[in-house]
Write a protein that binds this ligand. Sequence first.
Ligand code: 7TS
Length: 414
Amino acid sequence: MLEKSELFDPEAIKALFPTLSQTVSDKPLVYLDNAATSQKPICVIEALETYYRKNNSNVHRGIYELSRRATEAYENARNRMAQFIGAESPEEIIWTRGTTEGINLVANSWGLKNLSVNDEILLTTMEHHSNIVPWQLLAERTGAKIRYIEMDAEGHLDLENLEELCGKNTKIVACTQVSNSLGTINPLEQIISRARSVGSLVLVDGAQAVPHRAINVGLMDCDFYVFSGHKMCGPTGIGVLWGRKEILDAMPPYQGGGEMIKLVQRDRSTWADLPHKFEAGTPNIAGAIVLATAADFLEEIGFAAIKEHERNLLAYALEQLDTIEDMKIFGPSDQSLRSSVISFQLGSIHPLDVSTILDAEGVAVRVGHHCAQLVMEHLGVSVTARASFYLYNTYGDVDRLVSGLNSVNRIFAS
Ligand code: 7TS
């Protein structure tokens, strides 16, 4: 049995999340669907309420007190997120609805301007659909070709033929930092260094990384980085696209509307400077402000402690799941190369049945293709059950999952 980190008290952290203190099916809720979305700490919920109770107003429009307050908090939040991911300037932080919108923005704005027939977009078969479909739509419109880095049997990217796949025709490589379905942590350094050497841009999907580890986009040396607020203790409907200033400057707007212009004339308009050029219309003001609160919350606890806790929890979960009859766990066997996401198959029992029985035990896991159908194809299954952990999960939560899965086996044996 592994020792829990002395620096970190997950029970005390759990107590800061109101949703986690309820019962479901008359049992204390165990929430293990964190790869889909995280729960929200009380400080985030209160910050949202405070904004709507005291400061609600549109931004960059009024000169009255309330609008000044909202605008200041909104732009402070942008500064905070720039600092949170190591961006050089807040101008490089574009508010989006989330990872999906960030990728669509890059594909539509940068992609439509820069790609044509003979150009190649390099993806991996591990991507979430939101990092595949926008590129397919772009390929259809431009004639560019999509190529894929494949996976090996354990779900690591197979980089043996990277030099052939990423060559002079490659214009952008779009790759996830951490897989949402297998938990694989990707060797981005190697991919980015190859892309750089052939003059290709790199977009990193940080949706499953930002909630769990400290990020520095400068050190990573990518060109675009996208993530969602709701997976990192923040609200839904807000996310960030970070891009290098010179690249964002050269990109046309994604959507047209209020606040993204300098001058509108009858037959043409000119664009506002960064970041506003990419933020047409009234933004998710409350979401942006409260996302900064979520970033404060996570950094106060500390990513080193969060990472250590999740690493210990993952090791314990894998050790305990291994004791269950007919348990098959997908993804890397080297624990240092996987995050706290565990996709699994229990004998020949359908994952829907597994998840239904777990639900009756108060344990929430996801069943489905996890918007990663190319991964399912690779595994030879149509869906998996998936347990994903976060900072507030405890060893007791793992025990409840294991006991629930043993019940599933008992029910199907009888
Ligand atoms: N990229 C990755 C790696 C993801 O895990 C997700 C969401 C997205 C992009 C899309 O994020 P959104 O916030 O724009 O929707 N992943 C999941 C999941 O694993 N289960 O539900 C959503």
